[in-house]
Design a protein around this ligand. Structure first.
Ligand code: NAD
Length: 421
């Protein structure tokens, strides 16, 4: 069952996402008409997903896809599997994707999808049936020129392969361009799996370099040890930083002299969790408030709020996750002199290499990993430079500068295209 455009007026992204849009719109002096168009998603889909469980019983899950704005190109955004997935969260993430793609100069509009499910509670067979049913419910609304899903929290290359196969079966031929973040064997890109974490590492490097510092021995704390957090930790360690603490949903682990990230990854592979890893244990709060130079929240949104903001001891907060700092906490951090590198810049490496994967697929020409990483670095450093230059010129935070650039590019495209009919 699909409910299209269901009560668009109630599909409200978080107050935080709306307040940043408002601030950027004011700085850009956008007309109220343009702001009104930018404030509403193009299409909102809620789908009910009956799945035959291994027990023989049927369970019905709920899935979403919010397509925010396609003025620059096809919709693009991840698919999240998490028990807390809800429509307003998906709508917020779709909005962030819109500004992120524009900030990076990618020809994409923003989207996001998700299913309210704890993927760890399902067998592989159940997950596959759920993913294929979700895809078939969205089949008319996705496609290489329409909307291109990618992995997000709780999904990976495996789910993208199932989406691609289900979509292709309906089309009667292989359509690799319908998803990005897929396995290499079916047209994925080298470097895609590590891209978001690599981007986070590059952004940390850039921030420190601009402050006349290097990564050597710099204490780093990472919340979330999944695709983004673990890769960022691994690459930062390789670049000379000292990762003193990491966490997953079960808890945090700390070693003052620096953790061994490879050893943590091996432990996680063997135990499917970090629980029991031999290091000093920390609560989530304890981890986030540790003295360190760089703090990377790379798990969930709203992790640093007004209660925690005064206790943060890092000099830089790099938003690996989407929306991990609330708007009020962001203002408090700024007032305390903590530099926050916003999500739409800090974690843009993923969509960037997704774009490179899409380009390689459309041109049937695949690149080696150094070329992918070089392009990633080029795009990301250019975007960082544009954001930092604007922030300095206008005396605004890096977040507002990033929003001004992203929102401004979407607004300019909207004005150039005009209103149909
Ligand atoms: P993932 O599922 O691979 O990993 C998430 C990690 O967070 C896991 O280690 C999980 O145990 C941990 N976690 C969950 N709840 C936690 C809690 N309360 N405290 C500490 N850790 C907790 O997800 P991911 O792909 O790494 O995504 C993480 C964040 O980065 C999300 O906000 C996602 O939207 C964002 N992001 C991901 C990508 C990507 O390419 N994967 C791109 C851009 C942004």
């Amino acid at each position: 069952m699909v409910m299209e455009n269901a009560q668009l007026g109630f599909i409200c992204p978080s107050a935080m996402a709306c307040s940043y849009l408002d601030q950027a719109a004011q700085a850009l002096k956008l007309s109220p008409d343009v702001v009104e168009i930018l404030s509403a998603p193009r299409k909102v889909l809620t789908v009910s997903l009956p799945v035959r469980m291994d027990s023989g019983r049927v369970r019905v899950f709920v899935g979403y896809r919010v397509q925010r704005c396609d003025v620059l190109g096809p919709f693009k955004g991840g698919v999240r599997y998490h028990p807390h997935v809800a429509l307003n969260e998906v709508a917020t993430l779709a909005m962030l994707m819109t500004w992120k793609c524009a900030l990076l100069g990618l020809p994409y509009g923003g989207a996001k999808g998700g299913i309210t499910v704890d993927p760890r509670s399902l067998s592989v067979g159940e997950l596959e049936r759920l993913t294929r049913r979700y895809t078939s419910e969205l089949i008319k609304n996705i496609g290489p020129q329409v909307d291109i899903p990618a992995p997000d929290m709780g999904t990976s290359a495996r789910e993208m392969a199932w989406i691609m196969d289900t979509y292709s079966s309906q089309q009667g031929h292989a359509v690799p361009g319908v998803v990005t973040g897929k396995p290499l064997s079916i047209g994925g890109s080298l470097g895609r799996e590590q891209a978001t974490g690599r981007g986070v590492m590059l952004v940390v490097q850039e921030a420190l370099q601009r402050a006349g510092r290097t990564l050597n021995g710099v204490p780093v704390v990472v919340q979330g040890f999944g695709n983004v957090g673990a890769t960022a930790a691994l690459l930062l360690e390789a670049a000379g930083a000292k990762v003193i603490a990491v966490s997953d949903s079960q808890g945090g682990y700390y070693r003052a002299e620096g953790l061994d990230i490879e050893a943590l990854l091996t432990y996680q592979r063997e135990h499917r969790t970090l629980k029991g890893y031999p290091a000093h244990q920390l609560t989530n709060r304890g981890l986030l408030t540790l003295p360190c130079t760089v703090l990377i929240p790379a798990a969930l949104e709203d992790q640093i709020d007004v209660e925690l903001a005064p206790l943060i001891q890092a000099e830089w907060v790099i938003e690996g996750a989407n929306g991990p700092v609330t708007a009020a906490a962001d203002a408090m951090l700024q007032a305390r002199g903590v530099t926050v590198i916003p999500d739409i810049l800090a974690n843009a490496g993923g969509v960037l290499v997704s774009y490179l994967e899409w380009v390689q697929g459309l041109s049937y020409l695949f690149w080696d990993e150094p070329k992918v990483n070089t392009e990633l670095e080029k795009f990301l450093r250019r975007a960082y430079d544009q954001v930092a230059t604007l922030a300095q010129a206008q005396g605004v935070s890096l977040r507002l500068a990033a929003y001004i650039l992203g929102v401004g590019r979407v607004a300019a495209a909207l004005q150039a295209r005009g209103l149909y009919p």
